[in-house]
Design a protein around this ligand. Structure first.
Ligand code: MOS
Length: 701
């Protein structure tokens, strides 16, 4: 590594640089951008799960005053070949899932568009649908890769033989339901065509990549498309790739030759913006009587749609988490008549570590070992599958530190023994991990004659505090106070950069910013430190640096501790206390980092207890389409929650010495909750979420 940044503002709790803008309502989100002559689009969704649109009768809708157009597959512009079936909006009469876009209404006002959409008469030729994932589904196949590019199956040694010979075997199946990402700000776009090109004010996790994808779909050159997204109200993966909403807005705007605004409604967020696949996971652990793993087999069944393949990498964390003499991981996928699943906060790790960390808890009970000691005993020296050294791995430190802070010593290992009136009380622990990667990015840095600096990068702040942390990184690299630095992000016209995903925004963007500033400082030195009247600028691209970096297994680690109270009469589960201890390199901003960790853990509690998209077999759709029925925690559900971290000095990462922290908080949390519920009750709910009826069923009520 050429240089490392000397932290001055890094590591300090700098509040969000755009905080005032946000709390005063000045920050402009996609749907809030205004444009002269704007029209409003509204989506009409398929009411069958499989078949074809036979006919669209828009007569009534077009008769409403203020309606400008109704588009469907017959009159929509022909996009030619579109690789991503989800983005081939109105290109065919085929219906691949219930809720798919079959028509778009454009009107003078949002209200008229909505009313007109309700009276567009769509006739279908329905076909029988197949929407239910089962682990014996005849359509299960082996996808070529799993997200984003991992081997589908791996095997080391002969795990079946090892399991047959193992003194202790845990063989359990865990399931997780479909879960729908619901950022506060739904997917929204304002599309404006000018001179044959289009500008999209869009809610996206990555403007430059969105631009490239959208240009491809619309048959334009990338420089004919611009994506602008200064503020984004959450994404959790669902805004990592462009959504049909953006294409729909672009098509509608071209059709009516006016700027067009379009947003998904909350209800529509349950259809075409991605979601986490349901999983059925069989986990087999074989161990010696003292808890040494002899075999680890993690086999997953999950779903995709018929329009695009998305294979969640659920078993991938089982490849690097623990030392085991033998191992097998496998993914099978069924392409069903459902919307396409996609990224949702820590895809792979989140459902996969739920199964692995529950199974480890079950194994600990089987061998009569403390769950922390079992994990310590199976700590690998090197990445078990790749054989690479870990750049740093402080899982054990997280477990030990958490145990001390949480009062783990006071835990009676026997489950179902602590009672406080009608409440059964238990403590659980689980480990977490997430890759610490970065991706090629580029940035510019400019010195201005007034002594301030501007840094530009096609990054995104989706609510994480990225803009703030990048300002800190730039300030330290420039050795100036952060007040003298302005960071420009959220625009595809800025230098190409990694999207805000895979917990690699800060590490990827920060690297490019540091390199651009190094180049700028060289230029400044050439000018004797004087900034010319029209400023000085330098660019950098980290493609070579990222490619050339030494091979290490780079991962963040953590441990979540949970105290659960289970009502013996009602089955209600309350999370009395939760603590996460993380080892993620250098923490660049304790304020925003803590918010990421706690946010992730809150989503993990949500996964454990609340979130469940319930499939309706007759209609072939998830039927809970709003927050009245799709449950997420409210403040009253999150009581005492805290996050802390281990100082980690890892020179093999990036100039900041940081590991990404956006996703590790959710990983492991659901298992910690499930393990605590087991410890409280002596009963194990293996199917998420841990609903009252499931708890009561096990308690025999
Ligand atoms: Mo995250 S699910 O990689 O946006």
């Amino acid at each position: 590594m050429a240089t490392t940044v000397t932290p001055t503002t890094l590591g300090t709790a700098v509040p969000r640089v755009e905080g005032r803008e946000k709390v005063t309502g000045q920050a402009v989100y996609a749907y809030e951008h205004d444009m002269e002559g704007v029209a409003y689009a509204w989506i009409v969704q398929a009411t069958i799960a499989r078949g074809a649109v036979r006919e669209v009768d828009a007569t009534l809708a077009l008769g409403l005053p203020g309606v400008l157009a109704v588009l469907w597959h017959d009159n929509a512009p022909d996009l030619g070949e579109v690789e991503d079936g989800e983005l081939a909006v109105l290109q065919s009469p085929r219906v691949a899932y219930r809720g798919q876009i079959v028509a778009i209404v454009v009107a003078e006002s949002l209200e008229v568009a909505r009313d007109a959409a309700a009276i567009v008469d769509v006739a279908y030729d329905a076909e029988p649908h197949d929407v239910e994932l089962r682990d014996d589904h005849p359509k299960l196949y082996t996808p070529p890769k799993v997200n984003p590019n991992f081997e589908t199956d791996t095997q080391e040694g002969d795990p079946e033989a090892a399991l047959a010979a193992a003194p202790v075997v845990v063989d359990r199946t865990y399931t997780t339901p479909a879960e729908h990402n619901n950022p506060l700000e739904p997917h929204a776009t304002l599309a404006v065509w000018r001179d044959g090109g289009v500008t999209l004010y869009d809610s996206t996790q990555g403007a430059p990549r969105a631009r490239d994808t959208i240009a491809g779909v619309l048959g334009l050159e990338p420089d004919q498309v611009r994506v602008i997204s200064p503020h984004v109200g959450g994404g959790f993966g669902s805004k990592g790739t462009p959504r049909p909403t953006a294409i729909a807005a672009a098509l509608a705007a071209r059709h009516v030759d006016r700027p067009v605004k379009l947003t998904a409604t909350r209800q529509q967020m349950f259809a075409f913006v991605g979601y986490r696949t349901p999983t059925i996971q069989r986990m087999r652990l074989g161990a010696s009587s003292d808890g040494q793993l002899l075999a680890l087999v993690h086999e997953v069944a999950e779903q995709t749609s018929t329009v695009r393949e998305f294979a969640e990498q659920t078993a991938v964390p089982s490849r690097m988490m623990y030392a085991s003499a033998t191992r097998r991981t496998a993914h099978r996928l069924a392409a069903l008549d459902v919307p396409t699943p996609s990224w949702m906060r820590a895809p792979g790790e989140t459902p996969g570590m739920y199964a692995l960390e529950c199974a480890m808890d079950e194994l600990a009970a089987e061998v009569g070992l403390d769950p922390i000691e079992l994990r310590v005993r199976n700590e690998p020296d090197i990445d078990p599958e790749t054989g690479l050294e870990f750049s740093s791995r402080n899982l054990v430190a997280c477990l030990r530190e958490g145990a001390a802070r949480f009062g783990w010593d006071a835990r009676d290992p026997a489950p179902g023994t602590r009672r406080d009136g009608e409440w059964l009380v238990g403590m659980g622990v689980a480990a977490s991990t997430y890759p610490a990667r970065r991706a090629p990015s580029s940035a510019f840095a400019r010195a201005q004659a007034d002594g301030t600096f501007v840094v530009g990068i096609g990054a995104a702040d989706i609510g994480t505090g990225a803009r703030t942390v990048l300002t800190q990184i730039a300030a330290d690299a420039l050795e100036v106070p952060p007040e003298r630095v302005r960071v420009e992000i959220g625009d595809s016209a800025l230098p190409f950069a990694m999207l805000a995903g895979g917990s690699m925004g800060t590490t990827s963007w920060g690297s490019a910013i540091v390199r651009a500033i190094e180049a700028l400082r060289e230029r400044l030195a050439e000018h004797g430190g004087e900034v010319p009247a029209d400023g000085l600028e330098a660019q950098a691209d980290t493609s070579e640096e990222v490619k050339a970096q030494e091979k290490y297994a780079r991962h963040g680690f953590g441990a979540q501790f949970c105290e659960a109270r289970v009502n013996a009469g009602t089955g209600e589960v309350r999370i009395a206390r939760m603590l996460g201890v993380f080892a993620c390199g250098r923490i660049l901003n304790p304020l925003t980092a803590r918010s990421q960790f706690i946010g992730g853990m809150t989503q993990g509690i949500s996964m454990a207890l609340h979130e469940e998209s319930v499939l309706d077999l007759e209609f072939g759709d998830y039927l809970n389409h709003d927050f009245a029925q799709y449950h997420v925690p409210v403040f009253g559900d999150i009581e005492d929650i805290d996050a802390t971290w281990i100082e980690e000095d890892d020179p093999h990462l990036n100039p900041m010495g940081a590991k990404g922290i956006g996703e590790i908080g959710i990983v492991g949390t659901a298992a910690a909750v499930a393990n605590a519920v087991h410890h409280a009750t002596g009963m194990r709910v293996r199917d998420l979420p841990i609903r009252l009826d499931r708890v009561l069923g096990l308690l025999g009520r």
